[in-house]
Every structure is written in structure tokens, then in C-alpha cells.
Design a binder for this molecule. Structure first.
Ligand code: FAD
Length: 141
């Protein structure tokens, strides 16, 4: 099984309706393709993990990379031998606010722009995976 983790910068501050539309498409496609994962959104930045068969993860990431709703993608992890961690989610989602991020990320100060693409906060894939795992526990289905 393959797992990737990437972060990216939203090109606009997405409204709740826009986030719902994005999630609906993602969940529909991921269910069809046997993918699972988790997506965080905070202050116009995304952190996402995708798990599944290698070729399928690759094809999906190619589509995601071409999406104009975000840019400045940074791949934090690409692990071919990963064990599934988010199998219950076709795409778990959490809109994370400043208070919650402040509790979880060392060095976070409120009103930090694009926190999830900030290498000072998301220092490595281990930090990213821990953060995604924390929110997977109470993510919206
Ligand atoms: P379509 O049926 O072609 O489109 C679905 C809906 O998305 C339509 O309403 C369309 O208007 C809207 N849409 C598509 N592109 C844009 C755009 N650039 N701007 C505004 N609206 C648009 N896709 C997945 O399959 N799995 C994922 O896990 C996943 N995660 C994503 C995470 C992020 C942060 C982002 C930004 C996108 C993600 N996507 C994901 C969406 C992906 O980029 C493609 O838009 C989607 O896979 C296209 O699927 P489709 O051809 O079935 O959608």
C-alpha cells in the first residue's frame, strides 16, 4: 500500500460550501477507487494524506496537483510500504481553527498565514502524520 502526505496553499479562502463540494467529489472518487485519507484545512492551507494502491494514489495526486483551487504543493511523504492508518475514511475532514492548532503545533501563533504549508510548523512527515492522526479521531464522516 502507498501513502502520500502533501501540504498546499489554497488560492482563495474557501467558503464552507466550496469545501463541502470539494469533499463530496473527493469522497465519491475515493470510494470508487478504494482510497482512504484525511484532509485538514486551516487559514487557507491544506494538509492531506492519501492511502491506497500505488497507481491509484498516483493518478489521484496528478489530478489534485492540477487543481487550481490550490498551489504551492509540497510532498512531505511518499511511502510504498505503508500500513493503512485511515482506512475508515474515504476522506476524513477537519476545518481546524487557531486555538486547536496552537494546542498541537509547537511554535504556532494565532493568525499565522498558511500554517499547514509552513516548514517551521510542519517540520517533517512525522509531525504531519501525527497531526492528521489526531484529527482523524473526531473527523466528520
Ligand atoms: P468533476 O466531476 O469534474 O468535478 C467535481 C466538482 O468539482 C465540480 O462541481 C467542479 O465544478 C468542481 N471543480 C473541479 N475542479 C475545480 C476547480 N479547479 N475549481 C473549482 N471547482 C472545481 N479528488 C479526489 O478524487 N480525491 C481526493 O482525495 C481529492 N482531494 C483533494 C484535495 C484538495 C486540497 C483539492 C484542492 C482537491 C482535491 N480533489 C480530490 C479534487 C481533484 O483536484 C479533482 O478536482 C477531482 O478529483 C476531479 O474529479 P472529477 O473529475 O470526478 O470531478
Amino acid at each position: 500500500m502507498r501513502r502520500i502526505i502533501y501540504c498546499s496553499q489554497a488560492t482563495t479562502d474557501l467558503s464552507p460550501d466550496e469545501l463541502v463540494a470539494l469533499l463530496e467529489t473527493s469522497r465519491r472518487n475515493n470510494e470508487r477507487d478504494g482510497l482512504s485519507g484525511m484532509l485538514l484545512y486551516s487559514s487557507q492551507s491544506f494538509l492531506q494524506t492519501l492511502e491506497g494502491a500505488s497507481a491509484t494514489v498516483e493518478r489521484t495526486y496528478d489530478r489534485i496537483r492540477a487543481d487550481t483551487r490550490h498551489d504551492n504543493l509540497r510532498l512531505l511523504l511518499d511511502d510504498e510500504s505503508a500500513e493503512p492508518l485511515f482506512a475508515e475514511w474515504t476522506m476524513g475532514f477537519e476545518h481546524v481553527d487557531d486555538d486547536a492548532l496552537g494546542d498541537e503545533l509547537t511554535g504556532f501563533t494565532p493568525a499565522t498565514v498558511y500554517p499547514l504549508v509552513n516548514p517551521d510548523l510542519i517540520t517533517n512527515a512525522g509531525v504531519a502524520l501525527t497531526l492528521l492522526g489526531l484529527y482523524a479521531k473526531n473527523a466528520t464522516a
